[in-house]
Design a protein around this ligand. Sequence first.
Ligand SMILES: Cc1cc2nc3c(=O)[nH]c(=O)nc-3n(C[C@H](O)[C@H](O)[C@H](O)COP(=O)(O)O)c2cc1C
Length: 372
Amino acid sequence: MIRIGPYTLESNVVLAPMAGVTDRPFRVLAKSFGAGLAASEMITSDVRLWTTKKTRSRMNHEGEPEPRVVQLAGADPEALAEAARRNIDLGAQIIDINMGCPAKKVCNRLCGSALLTDEALVGRILERVVSASSVPVTLKTRTGFSRDARNGARIAQLAESCGIAALAVHGRTREDFYDGDAEYETIREIRSRVRIPLFANGDIDSPQKARSVLDFTGASGVMLGRIAHGSPWVFRDVNYFLSHAKNAPALPLRKICDTILAHLESLYEFYGEETGIRVARKHLGWYFGKLQDAPDVRRELMAAESSSTQFELTKESLERLVDAEATVATWGGIATCAEDSTCSGSGTERWGDVHDGENFTDQERLRSQRRA
Ligand SMILES: Cc1cc2nc3c(=O)[nH]c(=O)nc-3n(C[C@H](O)[C@H](O)[C@H](O)COP(=O)(O)O)c2cc1C
């Protein structure tokens, strides 16, 4: 089991921070399916920008299960330390520092992965944030700035010596952006140089791949990003595979439908009507993209202008899928409604040691009952 400061993670499979994706509703959803950690979208260390609605929503952790991780991006040690202190006051239980983001908007200001070009500055930032924080500080980084300058191992050693509690490494350099395949050799090298918990990240797109990356790199855990888009249940399937060396039983299609609807409800509640509909469109695009045999209603869904229309249209389409005994490919196999046990909703209890998102859908059902 992985320990980060006082926290023992329930799983070594964690959700990657993703701006525009890992908002509070998605973090709660991923955790309900067994993600061991789920960091916030990055928050700038420039407190002058914290007045925007977007940043305020990123700092909202109401009802979020522990440990609550807040990711900070910035380049000024003092500003980052102050931002860490303020977020701890607002409920952050782990502070994560972003040295992995390749985005121009971030890198031009020497933040994110651009920091990897200045190891002395990296050291000052880490020391300052660690000493200012009453909670564990973790670091997310890449294997280096460029292929000619893969300094990920030196950065990791520096991080450990500064008191960083855990490290996540995306197996690409800044220069690679998201191109090519993630390389795990450097992550393996990093593993051999540091003792703190290490999460391997990049291109892990199945339970089998998670197993092989763990075996190859010797990492303590894996961090999943894009594969969770439209598949928050991937944590359940990877957890199961890692502990049983076989695929999890298929998640019932009814459960998948309930999860999607509950996710919509939580987005409307978190963001309000207008933004809620907009954010939901992105997730619906991913969900419907992954549902085999789903009716092609994406255009209508994208055009829906009220949450009630969007919700009802989604519900109707999903009901049609269930009625048609459609199939949905999950890593646990094909989810179907054909088997009576899987449609009853009681099937999930059999897996016992896997998180099936029960709390998430139950919570949302209660909320919508209250609203009704
Ligand atoms: C839409 C999107 C937004 C991202 N935002 C962040 C971010 O805010 N902070 C960060 O450290 N990494 C961010 N990343 C990088 C991911 O955390 C992860 O390192 C990367 O996607 C590789 O993992 P994957 O192959 O499992 O997706 C983002 C990635 C995506 C696709």
